[in-house]
Design a protein around this ligand. Structure first.
Ligand SMILES: [Mg+2]
Length: 268
């Protein structure tokens, strides 16, 4: 199943490009090489707190190459884009940070505030580190009284930080599922099919893409389901190689995989 060479890299960001603000040079070195050799590179992350424009600035700075907005697929963009294609421009009550609101508005949706929940046909939930009871109450009301569509950016339960974890978007989703008795209508993030499809679209529909991530339950699970070659790198959440790795590759980091000949690039 391992391809001779890859014409595209679909890369997770946290744990692959950087970890808590520190660049992971062993991976970046190979990402830079891939870009220089004309391989199509797309960044795929569940983080919805930043807009793609902000990501393009941060990633360009980290990698030392120009990374365009079209090379970035985060779950804020994924949710906004899914909604646009499925339902057209919509009236949204968002729970999330600036990145989610910017992407929803760029996709042509209207975003309503806490006192305006009555106008929302869709509730979109992402990580919101400024969440309040009032915001949750407004989303609850839109879901129960307007029967708003329940769209989420991801279901990640928690995020790793130094010394442990912090609650993720999934914890906010669970709050609303509990309070409303409803289930999510669509998950636009990893490990769902849709966000990977969108990333491949942005990579120019490559013939031999390689998916790279640091989480088995999110990145690798998604790649395996889609039948795409997937590589777990041990630079992020997963520190030790799993006892058995059926159907996917494991590498200490991307550059060492390249040096061992596990990753080779082909021109498209
Ligand atoms: Mg990650």
């Amino acid at each position: 199943m391992v391809k001779e060479c890859y014409d595209s890299l679909i890369l997770d960001v946290d744990g692959v490009v950087w970890l808590e603000g520190t660049n992971i040079e062993e991976n970046i070195r190979l990402i830079r090489k891939a870009i220089d050799e004309g391989v199509s590179v797309v960044f795929l992350t569940n983080n919805a707190t930043r807009s793609r424009k902000i990501y393009s600035i941060l990633l360009s700075d980290a990698i030392g190459r120009e990374i365009s907005v079209s090379q970035i697929v985060n779950s804020a963009f994924s949710a906004a884009e899914w909604l646009k294609r499925a339902k057209g421009p919509s009236r949204v009550f968002p729970i999330g940070e600036e990145g989610l609101i910017v992407e929803l508005q760029l996709a042509g949706h209207l975003t309503f505030g806490i006192t305006e929940w009555r106008y929302a046909d869709v509730v979109v939930v992402g990580l919101d580190r400024y969440i309040t009871y009032h915001k949750l109450m407004a989303a609850h009301k839109a879901l129960t009284r307007n029967n708003a569509f329940f769209l989420i950016t991801n279901r990640d339960p928690a995020y790793p930080v130094t010394g442990g974890t912090i609650p993720g978007a999934g914890a906010i989703v669970s709050f609303l599922e509990t309070s409303t008795g409803r289930k999510v209508d669509h998950n636009a993030g990893k490990p769902g099919e849709w966000i990977l499809k969108l990333a491949l679209e942005h990579a120019g529909r490559p013939e031999n893409p390689l998916l790279v991530g640091d989480r088995l339950d999110i990145d690798i699970e998604m790649g395996l389901k889609a039948g795409i070659d997937s590589m777990l790198v041990l630079t992020g959440v997963t520190k030790k190689p799993p006892e058995s790795s059926m159907g996917y590759m494991v590498a200490k980091d991307l550059y060492s995989a390249y040096e061992k000949g596990i990753i080779r690039f082909c021109k498209r």
